[in-house]
Design a protein around this ligand. Structure first.
Ligand SMILES: [Fe+2]
Length: 155
């Protein structure tokens, strides 16, 4: 099994164990949606597609695993590091790249490194694509406008 599918198996196990149907539904839609958006953005931006997809799968995992959304970016980064540290799977450099992007992903107003920015954008893109008619967080609007411009060019 390749590494992304292995990560997805671990995420699936956590989501399938949730008691609430709605939490399971939200978890699958959001984590897989962000992972797919991250893959697409990484392809377009010349970044590592596999690491982007893995970061998308894990970026909010602690929220679903614990039911706590406070400081979930840092908590999800720690959880991601633990999950990825299994021997022979991801290198320390790869784990650092993924966990850094996850730790930064809630800070949508700041501009960070390329993989950090990719994950923030994938998060915003998933929320928007899920249902463009739903109210959009004000802090996400600037990114959405930038993304629409980027994705509308050279598509
Ligand atoms: Fe998210």
């Amino acid at each position: 099994m390749n590494r992304l599918e292995s990560v997805r198996q671990g995420v699936d196990a956590i989501l399938l164990a949730l008691a609430s149907d709605e939490d399971r539904r939200c978890g699958f839609i959001h984590l897989y949606g962000v992972s797919l958006a991250a893959t697409w953005l990484a392809e377009r931006r010349g970044l590592n597609v596999e690491l982007a997809a893995v970061a998308g799968m894990l970026h909010d995992l602690s929220t679903y695993a614990t039911g706590q959304s406070t400081k979930h970016a840092a908590a999800s980064a720690r959880l991601a590091s633990r999950l990825l540290e299994r021997p022979g799977t991801f290198t320390p450099q790869e784990i650092a790249t993924i966990s850094h992007a996850i730790a930064k992903h809630s800070d949508k107003a700041s501009i960070d490194g390329p993989m950090d920015e990719l994950l923030k954008d994938a998060d915003v893109l998933q929320h928007w694509l899920y249902n463009p008619a739903l109210p959009f967080q004000a802090s996400h609007t600037e990114r959405r406008v930038r993304l629409v411009k980027e994705l509308g060019q050279g598509a």
